[in-house]
Design a protein around this ligand. Sequence first.
Ligand code: NAP
Ligand code: 8YV
Length: 331
Amino acid sequence: MAVDDTRPELLQTGPMMAMIEEQLARHFRVHRLDGPDGEAVLAEAGPRIRAVATGVGATAGTRHRVTGALMDRLPQLEIVANFGVGYDSVDAEAAGRRGVVVTNTPGVLDDEVADLAVALTLSTVRRLPQAERHLREGRWPAGSFPLSPTLRNRSIGIVGMGRIGRAIARRLDGFGRPIAYHTRRPVPDLPYPHFPELIALAREVGVLIVIVPGGAETHHMIDAAVLEALGPEGVLINVARGSVVDEPALIRALQDGTIAAAGLDVFEHEPHVPAELIALDNVVLLPHVASATHVTRNAMGQLVVDNLLAWRDGRPPLTPVPETPWPPHSR
Ligand code: NAP
Ligand code: 8YV
Protein backbone atom coordinates (compact mmCIF):
# COMPACT_ATOMS: atom_id res chain seq x y z
CA MET A 1 0.00 0.00 0.00
CA ALA A 2 1.40 3.43 -0.96
CA VAL A 3 2.40 5.40 2.16
CA ASP A 4 0.83 8.64 0.86
CA ASP A 5 -2.48 7.01 -0.14
CA THR A 6 -5.04 8.99 1.85
CA ARG A 7 -8.12 7.49 0.18
CA PRO A 8 -10.60 6.21 2.79
CA GLU A 9 -10.65 2.44 3.24
CA LEU A 10 -13.86 0.79 2.08
CA LEU A 11 -15.22 -2.73 2.47
CA GLN A 12 -17.13 -4.15 -0.48
CA THR A 13 -19.28 -7.08 0.64
CA GLY A 14 -19.81 -8.71 -2.75
CA PRO A 15 -19.69 -8.18 -6.50
CA MET A 16 -21.20 -4.94 -7.76
CA MET A 17 -21.74 -3.49 -11.23
CA ALA A 18 -18.53 -2.68 -13.11
CA MET A 19 -19.39 1.04 -13.19
CA ILE A 20 -19.60 1.01 -9.38
CA GLU A 21 -16.45 -1.04 -8.87
CA GLU A 22 -14.43 1.18 -11.24
CA GLN A 23 -15.39 4.34 -9.33
CA LEU A 24 -14.88 2.74 -5.93
CA ALA A 25 -11.39 1.62 -6.95
CA ARG A 26 -10.58 5.17 -8.07
CA HIS A 27 -11.76 6.96 -4.93
CA PHE A 28 -11.30 4.41 -2.12
CA ARG A 29 -8.91 1.73 -0.96
CA VAL A 30 -11.22 -1.22 -1.51
CA HIS A 31 -11.13 -4.45 0.50
CA ARG A 32 -13.26 -7.40 -0.60
CA LEU A 33 -15.23 -9.40 1.94
CA ASP A 34 -16.18 -11.96 -0.72
CA GLY A 35 -12.61 -12.99 -1.56
CA PRO A 36 -11.09 -16.35 -0.59
CA ASP A 37 -10.54 -15.30 3.05
CA GLY A 38 -13.02 -12.65 4.19
CA GLU A 39 -12.11 -13.33 7.81
CA ALA A 40 -8.47 -12.43 7.15
CA VAL A 41 -9.58 -9.23 5.39
CA LEU A 42 -11.67 -8.26 8.42
CA ALA A 43 -8.86 -9.06 10.84
CA GLU A 44 -6.29 -7.05 8.88
CA ALA A 45 -8.27 -4.08 7.49
CA GLY A 46 -11.42 -4.06 9.70
CA PRO A 47 -9.99 -1.57 12.22
CA ARG A 48 -9.32 0.97 9.38
CA ILE A 49 -12.54 0.54 7.36
CA ARG A 50 -14.67 3.71 7.29
CA ALA A 51 -17.20 2.85 4.56
CA VAL A 52 -19.09 -0.21 3.33
CA ALA A 53 -20.57 -0.69 -0.15
CA THR A 54 -23.14 -3.47 -0.30
CA GLY A 55 -26.04 -4.93 -2.26
CA VAL A 56 -26.08 -7.55 -4.97
CA GLY A 57 -24.60 -6.67 -8.34
CA ALA A 58 -26.06 -7.23 -11.77
CA THR A 59 -25.03 -10.85 -11.98
CA ALA A 60 -24.65 -11.96 -8.38
CA GLY A 61 -27.36 -13.96 -6.74
CA THR A 62 -26.40 -13.71 -3.12
CA ARG A 63 -26.85 -10.98 -0.56
CA HIS A 64 -24.24 -10.25 2.08
CA ARG A 65 -25.92 -9.03 5.22
CA VAL A 66 -24.46 -6.03 7.02
CA THR A 67 -25.23 -6.99 10.62
CA GLY A 68 -24.41 -5.46 13.98
CA ALA A 69 -21.83 -8.24 14.39
CA LEU A 70 -20.08 -7.17 11.17
CA MET A 71 -20.19 -3.51 12.23
CA ASP A 72 -18.56 -4.51 15.55
CA ARG A 73 -15.55 -5.60 13.49
CA LEU A 74 -15.40 -2.13 11.88
CA PRO A 75 -14.93 0.33 14.76
CA GLN A 76 -14.18 3.31 12.44
CA LEU A 77 -17.25 2.70 10.26
CA GLU A 78 -19.18 5.86 9.28
CA ILE A 79 -21.31 4.92 6.24
CA VAL A 80 -22.99 1.88 4.64
CA ALA A 81 -24.05 2.56 1.04
CA ASN A 82 -26.63 0.04 -0.16
CA PHE A 83 -27.34 -0.75 -3.82
CA GLY A 84 -31.16 -0.94 -3.89
CA VAL A 85 -34.00 1.02 -2.34
CA GLY A 86 -34.76 -1.99 -0.13
CA TYR A 87 -32.11 -2.27 2.58
CA ASP A 88 -33.47 -5.23 4.54
CA SER A 89 -30.02 -6.85 4.28
CA VAL A 90 -28.55 -3.99 6.34
CA ASP A 91 -29.32 -3.72 10.06
CA ALA A 92 -30.12 -0.01 9.93
CA GLU A 93 -31.18 0.16 13.60
CA ALA A 94 -27.80 -1.27 14.62
CA ALA A 95 -26.09 1.24 12.33
CA GLY A 96 -28.04 4.10 13.89
CA ARG A 97 -27.00 3.02 17.39
CA ARG A 98 -23.36 3.14 16.27
CA GLY A 99 -23.68 6.58 14.62
CA VAL A 100 -23.27 5.01 11.17
CA VAL A 101 -25.34 6.43 8.30
CA VAL A 102 -27.02 4.00 5.87
CA THR A 103 -27.90 5.15 2.35
CA ASN A 104 -30.12 3.46 -0.25
CA THR A 105 -31.26 4.23 -3.82
CA PRO A 106 -34.83 5.62 -3.63
CA GLY A 107 -36.64 7.37 -6.45
CA VAL A 108 -34.41 6.52 -9.40
CA LEU A 109 -36.12 3.14 -9.92
CA ASP A 110 -39.77 3.94 -9.20
CA ASP A 111 -40.96 4.11 -12.80
CA GLU A 112 -38.99 1.03 -13.89
CA VAL A 113 -40.31 -1.11 -11.06
CA ALA A 114 -43.85 0.19 -11.55
CA ASP A 115 -43.67 -0.61 -15.29
CA LEU A 116 -42.62 -4.15 -14.42
CA ALA A 117 -45.33 -4.53 -11.78
CA VAL A 118 -47.99 -3.62 -14.33
CA ALA A 119 -46.44 -5.90 -16.97
CA LEU A 120 -46.36 -8.78 -14.48
CA THR A 121 -49.97 -8.12 -13.48
CA LEU A 122 -51.17 -8.25 -17.10
CA SER A 123 -48.96 -11.26 -17.87
CA THR A 124 -50.38 -13.17 -14.92
CA VAL A 125 -54.05 -12.29 -15.36
CA ARG A 126 -54.05 -12.73 -19.16
CA ARG A 127 -51.67 -15.73 -19.00
CA LEU A 128 -49.31 -14.25 -21.60
CA PRO A 129 -46.27 -16.52 -20.98
CA GLN A 130 -48.55 -19.56 -21.15
CA ALA A 131 -50.04 -18.28 -24.44
CA GLU A 132 -46.55 -17.77 -25.83
CA ARG A 133 -45.57 -21.29 -24.81
CA HIS A 134 -48.68 -22.56 -26.62
CA LEU A 135 -47.45 -20.94 -29.84
CA ARG A 136 -43.76 -21.83 -29.45
CA GLU A 137 -44.53 -25.45 -28.67
CA GLY A 138 -46.50 -25.74 -31.92
CA ARG A 139 -49.84 -26.31 -30.21
CA TRP A 140 -51.73 -23.50 -32.02
CA PRO A 141 -52.63 -25.50 -35.18
CA ALA A 142 -54.25 -28.11 -32.95
CA GLY A 143 -56.35 -25.55 -31.10
CA SER A 144 -56.62 -21.96 -29.96
CA PHE A 145 -55.18 -20.94 -26.61
CA PRO A 146 -58.00 -21.07 -24.02
CA LEU A 147 -59.76 -17.84 -23.02
CA SER A 148 -58.15 -16.19 -20.01
CA PRO A 149 -59.33 -14.27 -16.96
CA THR A 150 -59.42 -10.47 -17.32
CA LEU A 151 -58.73 -7.24 -15.49
CA ARG A 152 -62.07 -5.93 -16.75
CA ASN A 153 -64.10 -7.33 -13.85
CA ARG A 154 -61.53 -6.79 -11.09
CA SER A 155 -60.57 -4.18 -8.61
CA ILE A 156 -56.93 -3.84 -7.64
CA GLY A 157 -55.44 -3.71 -4.16
CA ILE A 158 -51.96 -2.30 -3.57
CA VAL A 159 -50.15 -3.29 -0.39
CA GLY A 160 -47.71 -0.43 0.24
CA MET A 161 -48.40 3.04 -1.16
CA GLY A 162 -44.93 4.61 -1.02
CA ARG A 163 -42.87 5.89 -3.94
CA ILE A 164 -43.30 2.73 -6.05
CA GLY A 165 -46.84 1.90 -4.92
CA ARG A 166 -47.96 5.35 -6.05
CA ALA A 167 -46.17 4.95 -9.40
CA ILE A 168 -48.02 1.64 -9.88
CA ALA A 169 -51.35 3.27 -8.97
CA ARG A 170 -50.74 6.14 -11.44
CA ARG A 171 -50.26 3.60 -14.22
CA LEU A 172 -53.24 1.47 -13.21
CA ASP A 173 -55.49 4.55 -13.10
CA GLY A 174 -55.35 4.39 -16.89
CA PHE A 175 -56.81 0.87 -16.84
CA GLY A 176 -60.13 2.15 -15.54
CA ARG A 177 -60.40 -0.30 -12.64
CA PRO A 178 -61.08 0.61 -8.99
CA ILE A 179 -57.94 0.84 -6.83
CA ALA A 180 -57.67 0.52 -3.05
CA TYR A 181 -54.66 0.14 -0.76
CA HIS A 182 -53.33 -1.01 2.59
CA THR A 183 -50.61 0.74 4.60
CA ARG A 184 -50.25 1.33 8.35
CA ARG A 185 -51.16 5.01 7.93
CA PRO A 186 -53.41 6.45 5.19
CA VAL A 187 -51.60 8.61 2.64
CA PRO A 188 -53.03 12.16 2.58
CA ASP A 189 -54.59 13.43 -0.66
CA LEU A 190 -54.92 10.05 -2.39
CA PRO A 191 -58.20 9.34 -4.19
CA TYR A 192 -58.17 5.61 -3.37
CA PRO A 193 -59.86 3.99 -0.36
CA HIS A 194 -57.47 3.05 2.46
CA PHE A 195 -57.93 -0.31 4.18
CA PRO A 196 -56.35 -0.38 7.64
CA GLU A 197 -56.79 -4.19 7.66
CA LEU A 198 -54.91 -6.15 4.97
CA ILE A 199 -57.34 -9.05 5.16
CA ALA A 200 -60.29 -6.75 4.43
CA LEU A 201 -58.47 -5.41 1.33
CA ALA A 202 -57.72 -8.97 0.18
CA ARG A 203 -61.40 -9.85 0.53
CA GLU A 204 -62.40 -6.81 -1.54
CA VAL A 205 -60.09 -7.03 -4.58
CA GLY A 206 -59.34 -9.37 -7.49
CA VAL A 207 -55.63 -8.54 -7.74
CA LEU A 208 -53.34 -7.86 -4.79
CA ILE A 209 -50.02 -6.17 -5.68
CA VAL A 210 -47.41 -6.21 -2.91
CA ILE A 211 -44.81 -3.41 -2.75
CA VAL A 212 -43.80 -2.94 0.90
CA PRO A 213 -40.25 -3.15 2.35
CA GLY A 214 -38.89 -6.48 3.56
CA GLY A 215 -37.84 -7.09 7.17
CA ALA A 216 -39.35 -8.22 10.46
CA GLU A 217 -42.40 -5.91 10.29
CA THR A 218 -43.65 -7.34 7.00
CA HIS A 219 -42.38 -10.92 7.34
CA HIS A 220 -45.06 -13.31 5.97
CA MET A 221 -47.74 -10.60 6.05
CA ILE A 222 -49.21 -12.38 3.01
CA ASP A 223 -50.11 -15.60 4.82
CA ALA A 224 -52.63 -18.41 4.39
CA ALA A 225 -55.46 -16.26 5.83
CA VAL A 226 -54.80 -13.38 3.39
CA LEU A 227 -54.67 -15.82 0.46
CA GLU A 228 -57.93 -17.41 1.62
CA ALA A 229 -59.48 -13.92 1.71
CA LEU A 230 -58.19 -13.16 -1.81
CA GLY A 231 -60.17 -16.16 -2.97
CA PRO A 232 -60.37 -18.60 -5.89
CA GLU A 233 -60.50 -15.89 -8.59
CA GLY A 234 -57.78 -13.85 -6.90
CA VAL A 235 -54.31 -13.04 -8.26
CA LEU A 236 -51.28 -12.20 -6.12
CA ILE A 237 -48.42 -10.09 -7.54
CA ASN A 238 -45.24 -9.76 -5.46
CA VAL A 239 -42.59 -7.24 -6.52
CA ALA A 240 -41.55 -6.42 -2.95
CA ARG A 241 -39.44 -9.03 -1.15
CA GLY A 242 -39.84 -12.81 -0.98
CA SER A 243 -39.93 -12.63 2.83
CA VAL A 244 -43.24 -10.74 2.71
CA VAL A 245 -45.08 -13.84 1.44
CA ASP A 246 -45.33 -17.16 3.28
CA GLU A 247 -44.03 -19.14 0.29
CA PRO A 248 -45.15 -22.64 1.41
CA ALA A 249 -48.64 -21.24 2.11
CA LEU A 250 -48.66 -19.61 -1.34
CA ILE A 251 -47.64 -22.87 -3.02
CA ARG A 252 -50.47 -24.71 -1.26
CA ALA A 253 -52.94 -21.96 -2.21
CA LEU A 254 -51.89 -22.15 -5.88
CA GLN A 255 -52.00 -25.95 -5.90
CA ASP A 256 -55.43 -26.34 -4.32
CA GLY A 257 -57.17 -23.39 -6.01
CA THR A 258 -57.42 -21.21 -2.91
CA ILE A 259 -56.24 -18.44 -5.28
CA ALA A 260 -56.18 -18.43 -9.08
CA ALA A 261 -52.65 -17.33 -9.93
CA ALA A 262 -49.53 -15.48 -8.85
CA GLY A 263 -46.90 -13.31 -10.53
CA LEU A 264 -43.64 -13.25 -8.59
CA ASP A 265 -40.46 -11.24 -9.13
CA VAL A 266 -39.04 -12.08 -5.70
CA PHE A 267 -38.63 -15.24 -3.60
CA GLU A 268 -37.84 -16.19 -0.02
CA HIS A 269 -34.47 -17.82 -0.77
CA GLU A 270 -33.16 -16.18 -3.93
CA PRO A 271 -31.79 -17.27 -6.29
CA HIS A 272 -33.42 -20.57 -5.34
CA VAL A 273 -37.03 -20.93 -6.47
CA PRO A 274 -38.99 -23.90 -5.09
CA ALA A 275 -39.49 -26.71 -7.62
CA GLU A 276 -43.18 -26.78 -6.65
CA LEU A 277 -43.58 -23.21 -7.95
CA ILE A 278 -41.71 -23.95 -11.16
CA ALA A 279 -43.97 -26.96 -11.75
CA LEU A 280 -47.16 -24.88 -11.55
CA ASP A 281 -48.92 -23.55 -14.65
CA ASN A 282 -50.77 -20.77 -12.82
CA VAL A 283 -47.68 -18.71 -11.98
CA VAL A 284 -45.45 -16.23 -13.81
CA LEU A 285 -41.96 -16.26 -12.36
CA LEU A 286 -39.25 -13.62 -12.89
CA PRO A 287 -35.68 -13.63 -11.50
CA HIS A 288 -35.87 -10.34 -9.50
CA VAL A 289 -35.66 -8.09 -12.56
CA ALA A 290 -38.03 -5.23 -11.68
CA SER A 291 -35.26 -2.59 -11.80
CA ALA A 292 -32.98 -4.56 -14.10
CA THR A 293 -32.47 -2.26 -17.09
CA HIS A 294 -29.21 -0.60 -18.09
CA VAL A 295 -30.56 2.91 -17.52
CA THR A 296 -32.07 2.26 -14.09
CA ARG A 297 -29.31 0.05 -12.69
CA ASN A 298 -26.74 2.66 -13.80
CA ALA A 299 -28.74 5.39 -12.03
CA MET A 300 -28.88 3.22 -8.88
CA GLY A 301 -25.16 2.49 -9.11
CA GLN A 302 -24.29 6.16 -9.55
CA LEU A 303 -26.37 7.02 -6.48
CA VAL A 304 -24.40 4.47 -4.43
CA VAL A 305 -21.14 6.12 -5.53
CA ASP A 306 -22.46 9.68 -5.14
CA ASN A 307 -23.56 8.97 -1.56
CA LEU A 308 -20.07 7.71 -0.76
CA LEU A 309 -18.38 10.67 -2.46
CA ALA A 310 -20.61 13.16 -0.65
CA TRP A 311 -19.65 11.56 2.69
CA ARG A 312 -15.96 11.48 1.72
CA ASP A 313 -16.06 15.20 0.86
CA GLY A 314 -17.79 16.10 4.13
CA ARG A 315 -21.11 16.85 2.45
CA PRO A 316 -24.43 15.32 3.64
CA PRO A 317 -25.11 11.88 2.11
CA LEU A 318 -27.77 12.29 -0.57
CA THR A 319 -30.22 9.58 0.45
CA PRO A 320 -29.89 8.48 4.09
CA VAL A 321 -32.55 5.98 5.23
CA PRO A 322 -35.10 7.09 7.87
CA GLU A 323 -33.43 5.06 10.65
CA THR A 324 -30.18 7.02 10.21
CA PRO A 325 -31.11 10.63 9.40
CA TRP A 326 -28.41 13.14 8.61
CA PRO A 327 -26.84 14.92 10.45
CA PRO A 328 -26.27 12.15 13.03
CA HIS A 329 -26.99 14.45 15.99
CA SER A 330 -30.59 14.79 14.71
CA ARG A 331 -31.11 11.11 15.68
P1 NAP B 1 -41.38 3.40 0.39
O1 NAP B 1 -41.54 4.65 -0.41
O2 NAP B 1 -40.67 3.47 1.69
O3 NAP B 1 -42.86 2.82 0.64
C1 NAP B 1 -43.11 1.74 1.47
C2 NAP B 1 -44.62 1.60 1.66
O4 NAP B 1 -44.86 0.41 2.41
C3 NAP B 1 -45.25 2.76 2.42
O5 NAP B 1 -46.48 3.07 1.85
C4 NAP B 1 -45.44 2.19 3.82
O6 NAP B 1 -46.55 2.83 4.45
C5 NAP B 1 -45.73 0.73 3.50
N1 NAP B 1 -45.42 -0.16 4.62
C6 NAP B 1 -44.24 -0.27 5.29
N2 NAP B 1 -44.34 -1.17 6.27
C7 NAP B 1 -45.61 -1.64 6.24
C8 NAP B 1 -46.33 -2.58 7.02
N3 NAP B 1 -45.76 -3.21 8.04
N4 NAP B 1 -47.61 -2.82 6.70
C9 NAP B 1 -48.20 -2.16 5.68
N5 NAP B 1 -47.58 -1.26 4.91
C10 NAP B 1 -46.29 -1.01 5.18
O7 NAP B 1 -40.66 2.27 -0.44
P2 NAP B 1 -40.57 2.09 -2.03
O8 NAP B 1 -39.47 2.91 -2.57
O9 NAP B 1 -41.94 2.25 -2.61
O10 NAP B 1 -40.08 0.55 -2.11
C11 NAP B 1 -40.82 -0.46 -1.48
C12 NAP B 1 -40.06 -1.76 -1.48
O11 NAP B 1 -40.12 -2.37 -2.75
C13 NAP B 1 -38.57 -1.70 -1.19
O12 NAP B 1 -38.30 -1.60 0.20
C14 NAP B 1 -38.05 -2.99 -1.78
O13 NAP B 1 -38.04 -4.02 -0.81
C15 NAP B 1 -39.08 -3.33 -2.85
N6 NAP B 1 -38.48 -3.23 -4.19
C16 NAP B 1 -38.36 -4.35 -4.96
C17 NAP B 1 -37.79 -4.24 -6.21
C18 NAP B 1 -37.62 -5.43 -7.10
O14 NAP B 1 -36.64 -5.49 -7.81
N7 NAP B 1 -38.55 -6.37 -7.11
C19 NAP B 1 -37.33 -3.01 -6.69
C20 NAP B 1 -37.48 -1.91 -5.88
C21 NAP B 1 -38.06 -2.02 -4.64
P3 NAP B 1 -46.70 2.90 6.06
O15 NAP B 1 -45.34 3.23 6.59
O16 NAP B 1 -47.74 3.95 6.29
O17 NAP B 1 -47.18 1.55 6.50
C1 8YV C 1 -32.47 -4.56 -6.96
C2 8YV C 1 -34.39 -4.05 -5.41
O1 8YV C 1 -32.65 -5.56 -7.88
O2 8YV C 1 -34.03 -1.75 -5.10
C3 8YV C 1 -34.40 -2.81 -4.59
O3 8YV C 1 -34.82 -2.88 -3.42
O4 8YV C 1 -34.87 -5.06 -4.99
C4 8YV C 1 -33.84 -4.04 -6.77
O5 8YV C 1 -33.93 -2.80 -7.39
C5 8YV C 1 -31.77 -5.13 -5.77
O6 8YV C 1 -31.61 -4.20 -4.79
C6 8YV C 1 -30.36 -5.61 -6.01
O7 8YV C 1 -30.02 -5.84 -7.25
